[in-house]
Design a protein around this ligand. Structure first.
Ligand code: URA
Ligand code: CA
Length: 449
């Protein structure tokens, strides 16, 4: 292989040809070791963006990425370990909800999560908004906690998939993020390296998501499930709507508060956060082989919430991570210094609530980061008072801003207002679940461009 010139491999991809395993290996390992410079890797990834990759190339790429780092060995936790990944949403606190529910129903979850970036939130930021919580834990601590309480969520280990960190940093600044094979291999390499036996993917589609169309979301879901299955991990993807935020709360402590509300049994069927969380939990329990069909999981899930066991698991998780559980009280979680209601300018029906704009508005209040090392304010954010389809009177509150700083509040007020659009006639909200994808070879073959 050493006679191979990097430039020839880049050119071969530029012409749209399929690369061999050895050619992909040359690129990946050369780049990770520092032998291939950033400019060649950037050109290579741009060629992938423009010409695509076959399913075979995408699976090889994922495998090669995994092999640049360490793979967690979770074998000290008996039984099937199930993981969950969301491609990034706004007001999406489903990890905080599903993980304790699955543990309460007898599943095992040993999970690594990320921080929020841009307009989307991250589970680690939400957990760390509770004083005392420390998610920087070793592999041994992760396994010990799962063996005690059935679940644990910690921060991403730096030792997993170093190639992805290097590649993502370049993609971010070379306009090469938006590529299905690159996104699929980036996500699946990290998930597979994290060592679970099964993965449930929540692929978001809509204005607040990476994938804006259902066709793209389906394609990404098909590719990711194929990669998982091919590399020995049971994988199912659920395509869910992100045209409006999933829950009503956006912002770290506000989202913890909403998750607790659900786990305390104060949310019911018909609420989108409840419906998606229970669907995801049902599929996680199905993948864990706790139940024979996802439908069979519903009575278990409902009982785990009704009995208080799911909430207890959440409290145990916070305690295990060093958190102060006396903070888990609505009055302490929802207590930013400024609370400002945004009145509706119109009477009518809510036609849309732009998840991207709401995510940006919350981040501007301090709930998220613009740059990797920005410090976030755990208390701030937005609670929506209206969702798509709701009737609204002029002057009625459509959202409440939670802030600690008046400086950027004005910009956020107008941005929040602009996220809402109105209709004079009643509006039917679009479905929140679009599709459920299990690996289907014939479907994913030709769609990777
Ligand atoms: N999330 C990831 O981890 N990688 C991508 O490429 C896109 C989203
Ligand atoms: Ca370099």
């Amino acid at each position: 292989m050493d006679s191979v010139r990097t430039v020839d491999i880049i050119d071969k991809k530029r012409q749209g040809h399929e690369l061999s395993f050895d050619e992909l290996s040359h690129m990946l390992n050369g780049f990770t070791k520092g032998d291939i410079p950033d400019y060649q890797m950037s050109a290579f990834m741009m060629a992938i963006c423009l010409k695509g990759m076959s399913l075979c190339e995408t699976i090889w790429l994922t495998k090669l990425m995994i092999d640049t780092g360490k793979t967690l060995d979770l074998s000290q936790i008996p039984g099937i370990k199930v993981d969950k990944h969301s491609t990034g949403g706004v007001g999406d606190t489903t990890t905080l909800i599903t993980v304790p529910i699955v543990a309460a129903c007898g599943g095992k979850v040993a999970k690594m999560s990320g921080r929020g970036l841009s307009h989307t939130g991250g589970t680690i930021d939400k957990l760390e908004s509770i004083p005392g919580v420390c998610t920087k834990r070793s592999e041994t601590e992760l396994m010990d906690i799962v063996n005690r309480i059935g679940c644990c969520v910690i921060g991403q280990s730096k030792e997993l998939v170093p190639a992805d960190k290097l590649m993502y940093a370049l993609r971010d600044v070379t306009a090469t993020v938006a590529s299905i094979p690159l996104i699929a291999s980036s996500i699946m390499s990290k998930k597979i390296a994290a060592g679970s036996n099964a993965i449930l993917l929540d692929v978001k589609v809509g204005k607040g998501a990476f994938m804006e169309t259902l066709d793209d979301a389906r394609c990404l879901a098909q590719v990711m499930t194929m990669i998982g299955e091919e590399l020995g991990v049971r994988t199912i993807a659920i395509i869910t709507d992100m045209n409006q935020p999933l829950g009503l709360s956006i912002g770290n402590r506000l989202e913890v508060s909403e998750a607790l509300l659900l786990l305390s049994g104060k949310m019911t069927k018909g609420n989108p956060l409840y419906d998606i969380s229970t669907l995801l939990a049902a599929y996680m329990l199905y993948l864990s082989q706790v139940v024979d069909t996802p439908k069979d999981a519903y009575p278990l899930i409902e009982e785990a919430i009704r009995s208080g066991l799911a909430k207890e698991k959440f409290l145990s998780l916070i305690e295990e991570l060093g958190g102060d559980t006396s903070m888990l009280d609505i009055n302490k979680l929802e207590n930013a210094s400024i609370k400002l209601d945004i009145p509706s300018d119109k009477t009518g029906y809510i036609n849309a609530v732009d998840a991207h704009k709401i995510g940006i508005a919350a981040a501007m209040l301090g709930a998220g980061r613009e740059k990797m090392y920005d410090v976030i304010d755990p208390a701030v954010g937005i609670i929506l008072k209206k969702r798509v389809g709701d009737a609204v009177m002029q002057g009625e509150s459509i959202a409440t801003l939670y802030a600690n700083d008046t400086k950027r509040l004005n910009d956020v007020i107008s941005l929040t207002k602009s996220a809402f659009s109105f209709s004079d006639i009643p509006v039917t909200p679009s479905p929140i679940v679009h599709d459920i994808i299990t690996a289907a070879p014939s479907l994913a073959q030709d769609v990777l461009k």
